[in-house]
Design a protein around this ligand. Structure first.
Ligand code: 5AD
Length: 337
């Protein structure tokens, strides 16, 4: 029997065993949890969804995270780094689709910095959009510079709240990563963070701690992604992360934090067709559309060789099915199949 006070649910006041019950919820309890997450989204965000357009600007990376195929030591992939002109041309396509957020993502690749010096102000000047970055762990001065250039927000996921597990899979310290997250906030950028569900040796207690850490950071965006085994990595033969735990974590983030942007990540769709709709049903309100040109998408292997690439139509269809509101201009791009 559950001890959870359903009428006065306060996530932060739950005991670890109550949180664990929600994390692993199935059947009726899960339906109730997701319903609560949707109600929270309705109350605090009026069901408004956010669409972002991502450009994967470089697949060079200094790090060697065991789950990721763009890790530095992987010699099996061809590396690329876009020029400023290439980035600006793709940003224009995002702006022309009336998508208000240009998301620049890369491995941890400081050689992108001179290019970003040019493109961040130029994207702002030409297209009047928000700029979101996901470029890894950088010195504090670099985050400050990105903010000065006009970037609005930055995603740096903690991946796992457990210092030993983090060290084991990412080969660098969690403390350093959390320090970087604080620098991002201090630089005046909005912060996105989150966890991966299904890392090797990850226990349910660690996933409960991930939720507590996310609440403590109080980020502007937060995500949970299922682990996807990736070719040419040390974890290539592991199973997918648990879909239910991932979706329940998203619902708990929504109920506890209320207003953050929560993406329904493409990894959910990769595990199960309709997975991103399930993400919206569990309280998400963001979907990212991929604008990286096709030949390069094949080289940006964060979610395995056969990654699911989100296109405009799939995103708009999923948003429509979820009953979420999108800016009118974006929906003009929608063509029913
Ligand atoms: N499985 C799940 N998430 C992954 N990421 C990268 N590779 C994987 C994977 N194999 C996520 C990490 C990273 C973000 C850019 O993508 O959380 O922070």
């Amino acid at each position: 029997m559950t001890t959870i006070q359903k009428d006065a649910l306060e996530i932060k006041n739950l005991t670890n065993s109550e949180l664990l019950e929600l994390l692993t919820a199935e059947g009726e309890l899960q339906q109730w949890l997701w319903q609560k997450a949707r109600e929270t989204r309705q109350t605090h965000l009026e069901n408004q969804a956010v669409v972002r357009g991502v450009i994967e600007i470089s697949n060079y990376c200094q790090k060697n995270c065991d789950y990721c195929a763009i890790r530095a030591v992987n010699t099996q992939i061809e590396r690329y780094r876009f020029t400023a002109e290439e980035i600006l041309a793709i940003a224009q396509q995002i702006a022309e689709a009336h998508i208000p957020i240009v998301f620049l993502q890369a491995g941890q690749d400081p050689q992108c910095d001179p290019i970003l010096e040019e493109v961040i102000p130029e994207i702002k000047r030409r297209f009047n959009v928000n700029i979101l970055l996901c470029l890894g762990e950088r010195p504090k001065a670099v985050y400050e510079r990105f903010a000065e250039l006009g970037a609005n927000s930055y995603i740096l996921k903690f991946e796992s709240s457990n210092p030993e597990l983090y060290k084991q899979i990412a080969h660098t310290s969690l403390e350093k990563r959390l320090q970087c997250a604080r620098w991002i906030q201090e630089a005046g950028l909005k912060l996105g963070t989150g966890n991966i569900v299904g890392l090797p040796h990850q226990t349910l207690d660690m996933l409960v701690d991930d939720i507590r850490l996310a609440l403590e950071i109080n980020p502007d965006f937060v995500s949970s992604s299922p682990f996807i085994p990736n070719q040419n990595t040390p974890l290539e033969s592991l199973p997918y992360g648990n879909l239910n735990y991932t979706l329940n974590t998203m619902a708990i983030y929504r109920i506890a934090l209320k207003t953050p942007l929560i993406p329904t990540v493409s990894a959910l769709e990769k595990i199960q067709p309709g997975g991103q709709l399930m993400g919206f049903n569990a309280g998400a309100n963001v979907i990212t559309i991929n604008f990286t040109p096709q030949d390069f998408q094949e080289k940006y292997l964060i979610y395995s060789q056969k990654r699911f690439v989100v296109r405009l139509n799939h995103a708009l269809e999923t948003l429509h099915q979820a009953g979420l509101k999108v800016e009118k201009l974006i929906t003009q791009n929608y063509q029913a199949n």
